[in-house]
Design a protein around this ligand. Structure first.
Ligand SMILES: [Zn+2]
Length: 262
């Protein structure tokens, strides 16, 4: 695929910034997953547009009735089923593999993802914080212990944590649920060290993730946006690459290799 000259130029500039940075962090949003065939929540064709907005009190209802939540999880409604099926079919796209390669080459130090689809892990990325959880895992709401869903025997409903007795739920963060504190602490630590943040397919409207680029910018770091569309973060960015990440990120890796080989 041939990229427009202004996109090539932006990628070249992005590569030079990455090469001159000490700690590069990628902040990844739904746009990257959409390229893997996962439907977005918002906008045309979005799950919420079709099935209605989810319950904003989801977490509170879970706390009030964990047994009911687990029973529903085991016989899910249509909207949840469509998402679950799309998630099960989804595979990492070239953008995910490019981030993995950037990490292998030492150009990328951490990925903070808002996606729950496990595709970074599937692509082989190692340093990943899943700020909204991971659909393939369960988590204790008290001590943040996590298990792969198929490795956690459910003998009773609702299941309890073998370490602390806390309630166990999907790792996926619900509406009204606080971001798990270990994930949030890691994001804050990464943002504090970061002098270059790649904003990939994120709309910049969901907090706390949308606040990290602002922190990085305020401490003198640089921001590079990879997104086919303008976002709430665009005007803060030093470089904007207007192209799908599945095309732009592999090209960035190629450029990084070329420039660093000189
Ligand atoms: Zn626990």
């Amino acid at each position: 695929m041939t990229l427009q000259p202004q996109v090539e130029e932006a990628i070249d500039e992005a590569a030079r910034i990455v090469l001159s940075s000490r700690h590069v962090v990628a902040l990844v949003g739904a746009g990257l997953s959409v390229e893997s065939g996962i439907p977005p929540f918002r906008g045309p064709g979005g799950l919420w547009t079709k099935y209605g907005e989810p319950d904003m009190l989801g977490y509170q209802r879970f706390l009030q009735d964990p047994l009911g939540w687990w029973q529903e999880r085991l016989s899910p409604a249509a909207g949840y089923r469509e998402l679950a099926e799309a998630l099960a079919r989804a595979r990492p796209n070239p953008g995910h593999y490019a981030l993995k390669e950037m990490e292998d080459l030492g150009f990328l130090h951490h990925v903070i993802t808002q996606n729950i689809d496990n595709l970074h892990a599937e692509a082989g990325s190692r340093n990943v914080t899943e700020i909204h959880g991971n659909r393939t895992k369960l988590r204790c709401i008290e001590c943040c212990a996590r298990w792969h869903s198929d490795q956690f025997p459910i003998d009773e409903l609702p299941p309890r944590c073998p370490h602390c007795g806390g309630l166990v739920k999907s790792d996926t963060v619900m509406f009204g649920e606080p971001i798990p504190r270990d994930a949030l602490e890691e994001c804050i630590r990464q943002a504090a060290m970061c002098d270059c943040m790649l904003l990939i397919g994120t709309s910049g409207v969901v907090y706390p993730a949308a606040g990290f680029p602002v922190d990085v910018k305020m401490q003198g770091g640089r921001l590079i946006e990879f997104n086919p569309d303008e976002t709430a973060l665009t005007e803060l960015c030093d470089v904007v690459v207007r192209a799908p990440s599945g095309v732009a990120l592999p090209r960035l890796v190629q450029r990084l290799k070329e420039l660093s080989a000189r």
